[in-house]
Design a protein around this ligand. Structure first.
Ligand SMILES: *[C@@H]1O[C@H](CO)[C@@H](O)[C@H](O)[C@H]1NC(C)=O
Ligand SMILES: *[C@@H]1O[C@H](CO)[C@@H](O)[C@H](O)[C@H]1NC(C)=O
Ligand SMILES: *[C@@H]1O[C@H](CO)[C@@H](O)[C@H](O)[C@H]1NC(C)=O
Length: 338
């Protein structure tokens, strides 16, 4: 798909935020939204603009038990690519990474609780994995066929993925030659839960696509930029893989939202559960202090010229911030003022 014009993309993103559940549009910063009681208003320092955000708890469950992430690698994945993603997920609860760290980023997610006051789990670990090398459901997936893919892996004859509705998350990661409904034009990933009528269980899942071939300037921004914006230069990605480095922030976005809103009845803003605005939606495009509008915020530059904002196990990552409901702004481990 050709990249969509930024202004159109932003408009579509804004509209989608109000009509479509649990999408992750990233990473273009949002248009200033007007006429909405829960999106944010004009602000030079968005993370300070809180008055209009009414993030509420809707009494549903959140993931308070140790979280296990089960992964389906759909299509062709290189070992090196899997490694980057696995190390990111493993970094979430690794305490000894250099600061600012991925585990420091997760601390904001841990601030959310359920009705009993239990916090989101500190522990997130890799679970089982399945490879779907031969594109079992083709190279074009829809929101519903994604559920069929998950079904085929939780019911596989050989080594099915464990059924773990209370603390398992299921990630479907599609390779760069797979198109998923709404990919690129509207979303880079989304999360939801499976329907018992299709899968047999209610399992929180997310899909995230590798945009390297289809739309890196849209979904792997700022490591790729749309070519219709003259003069805009891409930043160097920290792990040498533009598509996968771009996926990391979307994966982080989805895991944060799955933990706090796994069945889309827990933490979200907005009057309508069909259009929840969740803790990562509120901070898309913000990676550092001062972020907002068209500015990513202050990032870090490695000796090798790569741009990142947090450290994990042996690697650096660029990950968007998430909403802190106690401070009422977006926060991250690399914040300069905390
Ligand atoms: C934003 O909304 C307010 C009230 O709804 C209106 O008065 C104002 O003109 C709007 N601003 C823009 C830029 O549309
Ligand atoms: C648990 O959540 C409460 C309320 O947000 C917060 O004050 C507390 O620091 C959290 N605990 C952890 C370990 O994050
Ligand atoms: C949860 O993970 C922690 C390590 O982070 C471990 O000590 C604990 O035993 C785990 N609990 C369960 C129920 O597996």
């Amino acid at each position: 798909m050709p990249p969509v014009p930024v202004v159109l993309a932003l408009t579509v993103a804004t509209i989608l935020l109000t009509i479509s559940p649990s999408i992750a549009w990233r990473p273009w910063p949002h248009l200033k939204t007007n006429g909405s009681d829960y999106l944010y208003e004009n602000s030079k320092k968005f993370e300070g603009s809180s008055e209009l955000v009414h993030l509420k708890y809707h009494m549903g469950p959140v993931l308070t038990a140790n979280i296990t992430v089960h992964t389906i690698w759909y299509g062709r994945w290189q070992k090196s690519q899997k490694k980057i993603i696995r190390e990111f997920i493993n970094s979430i609860s690794t305490v000894n990474s250099k600061r600012p760290s991925v585990s420091g980023w997760w601390k904001t997610v841990q601030l959310y609780t359920d009705q009993t006051g239990a916090n989101i789990s500190r522990t997130v670990r890799l679970g089982e994995e399945k490879n779907d090398r031969f594109y079992s459901h083709g190279k074009k997936l829809t929101r519903l066929s994604i559920q069929s893919v998950i079904k085929s892996h939780v019911t596989a004859k050989s080594k099915p993925l464990p059924i773990n509705p209370k603390s398992g998350l299921y990630l479907l990661l599609t390779s760069d030659d797979v198109y998923v409904q709404d990919f690129c034009g509207q979303v880079c990933g989304f999360h939801y839960f499976t329907f018992p009528s299709i899968v047999g269980y209610t399992l929180p899942y997310a899909w995230i696509g590798n945009s390297a071939k289809l739309c890196p300037g849209v979904c792997a921004y700022p490591f790729a930029v749309p070519n219709y914006i003259p003069g805009l230069k891409p930043l160097k990605s920290p792990n040498g893989d533009v598509g996968v480095d771009g996926m990391i922030s979307v994966i982080a976005h989805e895991i944060a939202e799955l933990a706090t809103n796994p069945l889309v009845n827990a933490w979200y803003a907005g009057p309508d559960p069909v259009a929840p605005v969740e803790i990562a939606d509120l901070c898309e495009g913000i990676y550092g202090t001062g972020g907002g509008g068209s500015y990513t915020g202050q990032l870090m530059d490695g000796h090798d010229g790569a741009t990142y904002n947090m450290n994990g196990i042996r690697r650096r990552f660029l990950v968007q911030w998430v909403w802190n409901h106690i401070l009422s702004y977006c926060t991250g481990p690399n914040a300069l003022d905390q």
